[in-house]
Write a protein that binds this ligand. Structure first.
Ligand code: BES
Ligand code: ZN
Length: 908
């Protein structure tokens, strides 16, 4: 028998400067015979001295609700020569209070010929337009009061088909004749529908939409719904007008239309929904994989939600210039090319997995987000957290060999725990107003922590009740809006469990607890109430993967008893890494668990979270890094891809810091030794019909070994690169990244030049992205400079620039040069991305790995002088990371150096 005492008592921080955090302290009180006894404690800790100024709240007001849209009848004529568009709208509105003016969103549009007419009136009222650029609104003022009831508001408007990937924009591509051409496409989430037409651009103003597009005869027009009519233009025989069926009631950010030339593949799903995947001309076969995934996924979600897909068709379309990865416009989902297209010959296993996940994610939004929409952006996490969770369920169903749930722990959970350990993190639910604040929350908290707490919740109430509650929620709010609490209410009814009480502790406060199993002599309890209600699953050697006990730690003190435990058996808290917290074990417990790592009696997710937690705790100064480096040697026989992926990232994070010391070479030797066995095991050649994860593992470990300077990997990579260039033996897609990275990081000007030639010849965006992200591995100053210049040249799309620049930040020299480059070209970057998520990514990626207080100050000072609203929080997070690095360098680096040197001596 094993008794576990749960008490609330003290706390530790994952990050040295964290303000409020909690800790569960599990104490071994005694251990005799076959039972053990623990106390778990935790509590609130006082804030330490760390000052950050939080973003200033920008003034923001919601649109008045006295006039609401019911149906928008819209016509657009994009001109792909002048890059402008004309638009006409007739909006049926409901006047709910007498008003003389109507205020709605509009940005960068010229609005004219405004009229308002009711059915009974003989004449229309003409409206005056006044613009409020700051608030992205127009106010239309009429000579008389508009009476309560229905009326039609007509407007004409004009705008630019911009090249900034938002609103109604243009995207450039080469057609099969290699001529440069353009297409016109929309991206409206979160707040950019107002750049295409004047509208009530808030998610709660749901309405229906009739769309008509005017375009040249040879082009194709697409929108959310199927086409119902195509007629020649009345006055211009070169043009045609295409009209689409009315949409269901939905939010403006989900409207979409595209005009351009495409090929497509089509199929019907089991329920007769027409699915098409649109690709660049001549490349329709690259849509096959996504088509198959979609056709299988729609019925999967229908079954899961118990609600059929509500539209008659769904199109998935690849757009050459695209701001994010993909966008869930209802019935017309837009994607980056590399997130949709798979070339059977030239795409890697990583890409197939990415496409499956992205398709699964966007399709989930058709229900969760589109049918039921968040009330306001504060509840964005409902959309994104949920879709980011269920995409794994979907992929697990289609591709069980991906073991995608294990990967979740290394992707979403790891990202959530990393970001949320910072003082500059934010709660999942965060009040937002101004568009730049909305942009800011499309981050790892909304996506990854959101997905992780849903996973924890799903595990806590189990699938049946979860589905029941989900179904209730979707049925209750379909074609309407909902808030977080609405979902909790439904899940609470379905499960009979205290969902609201438990979940609000995870969504309304930032941070997460640390579960700490160590001996507490005094056993004192302080008076604070628990900060989190923590579902904890406990497993043991004999229970294996399954929990032996599931508890909810909802009070200061709890006692739990486990039967039939041998003192040497491992006991694991948070089995399956389902909880959103970390664990600190006592040395005794850890030693038992290490045995479970070596003999692999611990399942992969737990082997992963064990090292992951240790690295995080060492970063917080709670465990010496040297101890962690000693412990990770237990992983030398590891063969699981996901465990390696996580471990490799954690080791690389230490490498980033040790680059600033004079024992970096020793660290590389240490890392090579760790990877040696697994590299030998996977080798260079894939076997026929190889397991997906083995393919990923080979890519991963060869990349790392190449980077750590392994001679034999370097030699082999160079030979294979040579044969690839001569055409003697082409590199398979899955070996390209390791070979490119290895030859580049040890290469000269010729290698870079060759890679840039390969880039120019590439036709697949996946390959261009692969190359452009790899070239930053070069080490010489003049080559790094070339890469940076290339990143902002017209050879690289704006959507990719940020990642090319980030590619050089892996070395000390490159990192400094990238930051100087950003400062030097600040105006260009700022103009290009005008706020938005990409500039935030750029700034974070180029600054967060510095290691001195001086650099933290420099970054802060630069942005004090050059503010970038949508990146405010990211910059603060970067500076906090820099200071954590700095602290680590001061307190840990020396000891690590001593240890590494002793290791090298031992080997000699
Ligand atoms: N709704 C988002 C797209 C989006 C993101 C629009 C940010 C506006 C601002 C979409 O559903 C999404 O989450 N896309 C992800 C890919 C997904 C698989 C995580 C993306 O774009 O990265
Ligand atoms: Zn999403």
């Amino acid at each position: 028998m094993l008794a576990i005492f749960l008490k609330t008592n003290f706390s530790v921080s994952l990050c040295l400067f964290l303000s409020v955090f909690s800790c569960i302290c599990m104490s071994i009180i005694s251990g005799s015979g076959n039972w053990r006894y623990f106390i778990i404690k935790r509590s609130r800790h006082q804030q330490r001295n760390f000052l950050v100024t939080m973003p200033e709240k920008r003034l923001f007001e919601h649109l008045p609700k006295c006039v609401v849209p019911v149906n928008y009848d819209l016509k657009f004529h994009p001109d792909l020569k002048t890059f402008t568009f004309d638009g006409w709208s007739h909006v049926q509105v409901d006047i709910q209070e007498c008003v003389k003016s109507i205020t709605l969103n509009s940005a960068e549009l010229e609005v004219k010929n405004v009229e308002f007419k009711t059915k009974d009136a003989d004449n229309a009222l003409k409206g005056e337009v006044s613009y409020n650029e700051e608030n992205e609104c127009v106010t239309l003022t009429f000579p008389n009061e508009l009476q309560v009831g229905s009326g039609i508001l007509s407007m004409e408007f004009k705008g630019e088909l911009n090249d900034r990937m938002k609103g109604f924009y243009r995207s450039k591509y080469a057609n099969p004749k290699k001529e440069v051409t353009h297409l016109a496409v929309t991206q409206f989430e979160s707040t950019d529908a107002r750049r295409a037409f004047p509208c009530w651009d808030e998610p709660a103003f749901k309405a229906t939409f009739d769309v008509t597009l005017v375009m040249p005869q040879e082009m194709m027009g697409l929108s959310n719904m199927p086409q119902i009519k195509e007629v020649p233009h009345k006055s211009d025989s070169q043009l045609k007008m295409v009209t689409f069926q009315r949409t269901p009631k939905m939010s403006t950010y989900l409207l979409a239309f595209v005009v351009g030339q495409f090929d497509y593949l089509e199929a019907k799903d089991a329920d007769g929904v027409l699915v098409r995947v649109y690709t660049p001309l001549g490349k329709k076969e690259q849509g096959r994989f996504a088509l198959d995934v979609t056709v299988k996924t729609l019925p999967f979600y229908k079954e899961y939600f118990q609600i059929a897909y509500p539209l008659p068709k769904i199109d998935l379309i690849a757009i050459p210039d695209f701001l994010s990865g993909a966008m869930e416009n209802w019935g017309l989902v837009t994607y980056r090319e590399n997130a949709l297209l798979i070339d059977p010959e030239n795409s890697s296993a990583t890409s197939r997995q990415l496409v499956a996940l992205v398709v699964g994610h966007e399709l989930a939004h058709m229900w969760f987000g589109n049918l039921v929409t968040m009330e306001w952006w504060t509840h964005l996490w409902l959309n994104e957290g949920f879709a980011s969770w269920i995409e794994y369920l979907c992929v697990d169903n289609l591709f069980p060999d991906f073991e995608i749930w294990t990967q979740f722990v290394n992707t979403d959970l790891a990202a959530a725990l990393k970001l949320d350990a910072l003082h500059t993190s934010h709660p999942i639910e965060v009040p937002v107003g101004h568009p730049s604040e909305v942009d800011e929350i499309f981050d790892a908290i909304s996506y990854c922590k959101g997905a992780s707490v849903i996973r924890m919740l799903h595990n806590y109430i189990e699938d049946d009740d979860f589905r029941k509650g989900m179904n209730q929620y979707l049925n209750k709010f379909m074609y309407k809006n909902a808030a977080t609490e609405d979902l909790w209410n439904c899940l609470e009814t379905a499960s009979g469990k205290p969902i609201k009480a438990v979940m609000s502790t995870w969504t309304s406060q930032m941070g997460y607890p640390v579960v700490n199993k160590k001996f507490c002599a005094d056993g004192k309890i302080d008076g604070t109430s628990p900060l989190w209600m923590i579902p904890i699953d406990i497993s043991t050697l004999s229970s294996g993967k399954k929990p032996i006990k599931k508890i909810l730690m909802d009070q200061k003190e709890m006692e739990v008893t486990l039967e039939d435990i041998e003192p040497t058996d491992w006991v694991l808290l948070n089995c399956g890494s389902v909880g959103v917290y970390r664990i600190q074990y006592s040395t005794e417990m850890l030693n038992c668990l290490l045995a479970g790592i070596k003999d692999k009696s611990l399942p992969p997710t737990d082997r992963l979270s064990l090292e992951s937690d240790l690295f995080a705790l060492s970063r917080a100064g709670m465990v010496p890094t040297v101890e962690v480096l000693k412990l990770v040697q237990a992983y030398v026989n590891e063969d699981n891809y996901t465990v390696w992926n996580d471990l490799a990232r954690n080791l690389a994070n230490i490498a980033l810091l040790l680059q600033y010391t004079d024992y970096y070479e020793e660290y590389k030797a240490f890392a090579r030794k760790l990877f040696e066995k697994v590299v030998a095991k996977v080798g260079w050649n894939a076997t026929k019909d190889e397991n997906h994860l083995t393919t990923l593992l080979r890519d991963l470990v060869l990349c790392r070994m190449g980077r750590y300077g392994d001679e034999s990997v370097l030699k082999e990579a160079r030979e294979r690169f040579k044969m690839h260039l001569s055409g003697e033996k082409l590199l398979p897609a899955d070996l390209k990244t390791p070979v490119y990275l290895t030859v580049l990081s040890h290469g000269d000007e010729d290698v870079l030049k060759t890679m840039l030639d390969l880039y120019e010849q590439a036709e697949l965006q996946e390959e261009m992205i692969r190359i452009s992200r790899a070239i930053g591995a070069v080490r010489k100053e003049n080559l790094i400079r070339q890469v940076l210049e290339f990143a902002i040249s017209d050879k690289v799309r704006s959507q990719d620039t940020v990642f090319v620049v980030a590619g050089v930040t892996g070395t000390v020299k490159g990192r400094e040069m990238a930051w100087d480059f950003v400062k030097e070209h600040w105006d260009l970057f700022y103009q290009r991305y005008q706020g938005g998520a990409l500039i935030a990514r750029l700034l974070k990626l180029t600054t967060e790995n510095f290691v001195t207080e001086k650099m933290a100050k420099e970054v802060e000072e630069f942005f004090a002088a050059h503010p970038a609203a949508s990146a405010t929080r990211n910059i603060q997070q970067s500076c906090e990371n820099i200071r954590l690095n700095c602290k680590w360098m001061e307190t840990e680096a020396k000891e690590v150096g001593k240890y590494l040197k002793s290791q090298v001596q031992q080997q000699q």
